[in-house]
Ligand binder design. Structure first.
Ligand SMILES: *Cc1c(COP(=O)(O)O)cnc(C)c1O
Length: 357
């Protein structure tokens, strides 16, 4: 049976990237050694690191005055690394869900942290808009896509202070204006690669300003000065990430990813809106293209477990919703083909035929 992989993260990757990674694990560049057995200081790995860097720079049109880092620790490590490096007096955060809250909690350890806007009043079903951004903040932090609640910022904010964005789950799904951000970071394991590598795109002038002493490993300056090789970088995940970026480029780049993401999301949301058994959880204008959250309508609520079983029997994987939202979540990352979305839609329609008289 064909598997349709809607996992939220780690999640589906382009088959080509996985195949090329498998080959490199057996023998890298005909060296007679595995990618897993070589020093990160060798030419062969430096070439991998450089290519990953150059590809990401090209795909996102990253300006010269920004550095790209590939680090360990996950997005969660950036939750404290950002305030460690940037928070002197006051930071502003927008609270749009679980990941934002975790970032806020960490920032509070370093200085005054104000929540400028929040959608917690409605269980994070929308993106707050029109909030004031005070000019005296060290930075403003947002979560551009809320993986758990299925809401997304579709515009790069205009801000008088540097914007720091956790883009773990929507990076590479639409063109962005990097120059409108101070830092963009995320775990690669949603839309850019396997688990184990974190990307950080950082405006160089932001580092080395804070007055507190920094442990070497959290100081961006050290990672920048050593091209992500201050310590041993996650060699294998960076290789796979590089292969994913090659694939994105070959498909037509981020604009093409956006086109496909729109297409897939429109198809699935149209079915959610049409089918009397299902209802979306996020307000329409803020609906994420990456993580599509929906539940059973109250009338059919009792059938939710049965629908999950039904979908599973037809090859759908990972459509169970996060426990905080319930229902279903279909993550439609770049590597997920349109055919998988259609297969899920077919499932919903068959289920409707059985249950709606
Ligand atoms: C998954 C996720 C995280 C957590 O990433 P880790 O790499 O596991 O630390 C943080 N933010 C967002 C938006 C996520 O989707």
């Amino acid at each position: 049976m064909k598997i349709h992989n809607f996992n939220a993260g780690p999640s589906i990757l382009p088959r080509e990237a996985i195949e090329n990674a498998a080959k490199a694990v057996l023998d890298l560049n005909g060296m007679g050694m595995s990618l897993l057995e070589i020093s990160h200081r060798t030419k062969d790995f430096e070439a991998v690191n450089d290519e990953a860097n150059a590809l990401l720079r090209e795909l996102l049109n990253v300006p010269e005055n920004y550095k790209i880092l590939f680090l360990g620790g996950g997005a969660s490590t950036q939750f404290f690394t950002v305030p460690y490096n940037l928070l002197e007096k006051k930071a502003g955060y927008v609270n749009t869900g679980v990941w934002s809250k975790k970032a806020i909690k960490e920032a509070k350890n370093f200085g005054e942290t104000v929540v400028l806007a929040s959608s917690e009043d409605k269980n994070f079903t929308y993106i707050p808009k029109g909030f004031e951004i005070p000019a005296d903040l060290d930075y403003l932090h947002i979560t551009s896509n809320n993986t758990i609640y299925g809401t997304e910022f579709f515009e790069d904010l205009d801000s008088p202070v540097p914007v720091v964005a956790d883009m773990s789950s929507d990076i590479l799904s639409r063109p962005i204006d990097v120059s409108k951000y101070g830092i963009i970071y995320g775990g690669a394991q949603k839309n850019m690669g396997p688990a184990g590598v974190t990307f950080v795109i950082i405006r160089e002038d932001l580092v080395g300003k804070v007055s507190r002493a920094l442990p070497s490993m959290v100081d961006y300056k050290n990672h920048i000065a050593n091209d992500s090789m201050f310590n041993t970088p996650p060699v294998f995940p960076i290789f796979v990430l590089k292969e994913v970026l090659k694939w994105v480029k070959a498909q037509g780049g981020v604009k093409e990813m956006e086109k496909r993401a729109k297409e897939k999301a429109e198809m699935l949301y149209a079915e959610i809106d049409r089918n009397p058994m299902f209802v979306g959880t996020a307000v329409k204008e803020d609906r994420s293209r990456m993580n599509i959250c929906f539940v059973m309508t109250p009338e059919y609520e009792a059938l939710a477990p049965e629908f999950l079983e039904f979908a599973k029997s037809r090859g759908m994987v990972g459509v169970k919703g996060h426990r905080l939202v319930g229902g279903f979540r279909a993550s439609c990352y770049n590597a997920l083909p349109k055919e998988s979305v259609q297969a899920l839609i077919d499932c919903m329609q068959e289920f409707e035929k059985i249950h709606v008289k």
